[in-house]
Design a protein around this ligand. Structure first.
Ligand code: AMP
Length: 434
């Protein structure tokens, strides 16, 4: 009797080589772009004190996280995102570092959510923060990095929506708690909840205005209209967005819309907010989002202008798949097949030499016959099979078989590396070329 199998934990995935090749391609594009923007990498721990997220989002947040006690009874949480840890790190250790501090982090994050396509309990985030910049410069820097990072993956079919929550806060003259609940309802487009919250605050007369406002989107021209809807309140916020648009144009980023419906109803957002949506992902279409926020003071630091974003790496992988973005596959360049025991040692020597060239090389580790080995090479999607036989070796050659066409020819062992490297496809910005 076999032992019963152990199922994967709900909401988690076993990631296969093809998926990880895509994931790795995204990671490389993100790191490359962050570095090009002068961001440096930091990485907070995978688990944090529960207190950190209580301070950030209140005790209710426990429902959405993996909370546990360690053996000494400490309350801990698997990080649901990277920003809080980075800000804790900043407040504890980096406050005297030269400003602005521009950092990015890349790693797995955990949320206790209802799993579905594009929504997992373990997923990867690429998260960037600018701490201590001036507001327009830093906000535009963050948006430009987010947009360019996604472009660098080869994903194109996305829409960047930029809004401003500060002017709504200025206009909603109620206490912060109530504001947060109203904004949360707006963010979720939960109009029943919105009605109830406004009713409780005695602000029902604002309901129509709020519903009008979140429908406003377009180019810079809609900012004046939105400002009118708010009766001129929040003018600074609209001016801020206009200046961000100018700066983004200088960076060559023009492909975005202003959208007053981008709310991001979390209490720590203070000003500009933005979201990036894929046009191909259905319900879970938000591939990234961010804005300016006030967290340092919640973690025991002095206020500092903070802005940033997080991109969901898994959703970028899905978006890339949907668009047919080409990434280097995890396939072998060549599989080396010894024909008979007498040449086995030599076949391993050839393998060892080829493995120093940067090509992906494998060799028969089972001792199979040539035809079984060709089946394996095929299954591994090797581009070439290198057949090492006594007869060819006597002339210093091996037989090289193109696994796609089946063509076979003799090649001197000394030239093998250059022949295998020659027609290797290259990939750039999601396009394959030879
Ligand atoms: P947030 O911190 O909620 O703004 O999330 C940042 C990004 O992470 C989102 O825009 C999504 O792309 C991604 N994301 C959030 N939650 C999940 C999840 N449960 N599974 C996969 N990706 C997620």
């Amino acid at each position: 009797m076999r032992a019963p199998m152990v199922e994967r934990a709900r909401g988690t995935r076993d990631l296969d080589p093809a998926y990880l090749a895509r994931h790795g391609h995204m990671e490389a594009a993100f790191r490359r772009t962050a570095a090009a923007f002068g961001f440096r990498e930091v990485l907070p721990p995978t688990f944090e004190p529960l207190e950190l997220f209580h301070r950030k989002a209140g005790p209710g947040i426990e429902q959405e996280m993996y909370v546990f006690k360690d053996r000494a009874g400490r309350d801990l949480v698997l990080r649901p995102e990277l920003t809080a840890g980075v800000l804790r790190y900043y407040v504890n250790e980096l406050t005297s570092a030269p400003k602005p501090i521009k950092v990015y982090s890349f790693g797995p994050t955990f949320r206790y959510e209802e799993p579905q396509r594009g929504r997992y309990r373990e997923f990867w985030q690429y998260s960037c923060e600018v701490l201590g910049g001036s507001p327009v410069d830093a906000d535009a820097e963050a948006i430009a990095l987010a947009v360019k990072s996604i472009q660098a993956t080869g994903v194109r079919q996305v829409t960047t929506r930029i809004g401003h929550i500060g002017m709504l806060r200025a206009w909603l003259k109620v206490d912060r708690e109530r504001q947060n609940r109203i904004l949360h309802a707006l963010d979720k487009r939960n109009f029943e909840m919105l009605h109830a919250e406004l009713d409780a605050a005695g602000l029902l007369d604002l309901e129509g205005t709020l519903r009008d406002l979140i429908g406003i989107q377009g180019g810079s021209e809609v900012l004046a209209r939105a400002s009118d809807v708010l009766g001129g309140v929040g003018g600074e916020g609209f001016d801020h967005l206009r200046r961000i648009a100018e700066r983004l144009a200088a960076y060559g980023v023009r492909d975005f819309v202003f959208d007053m419906g981008v709310i991001r109803g979390l209490s720590y957002y203070t000003g500009m907010v933005f979201q990036i949506h894929s046009q191909n992902l259905g319900a879970e279409d938000q591939v990234g989002g961010g804005g300016s926020y006030a967290l340092a003071e919640l973690f025991g630091g002095d206020p500092i202008f903070s802005t940033g974003f997080a991109i969901g790496v898994d959703r970028i992988v899905l978006a890339a798949e949907a668009e047919g973005v080409a990434v280097p596959p995890p396939n072998l360049d060549a599989y080396v097949i010894p024909i008979g025991d007498a040449v086995r040692q030599k076949a391993f020597e050839i393998t060892g030499n080829l493995r120093t060239t940067g090509l992906r090389i494998d060799v028969d580790l089972v001792g199979r016959g040539p035809s079984k080995n060709l089946d394996y090479a095929n299954a591994m999607k090797a581009r070439w099979a290198v057949l090492v036989g006594e007869k060819e070796l006597a002339n210093g050659n091996v037989a090289l078989r193109n696994m796609e066409t089946g063509e076979q020819r003799e090649v001197p062992v000394a030239e093998l590396a250059s022949v295998l490297g020659m027609d290797k496809p290259h990939f750039q910005n999601g396009v394959e070329f030879h």
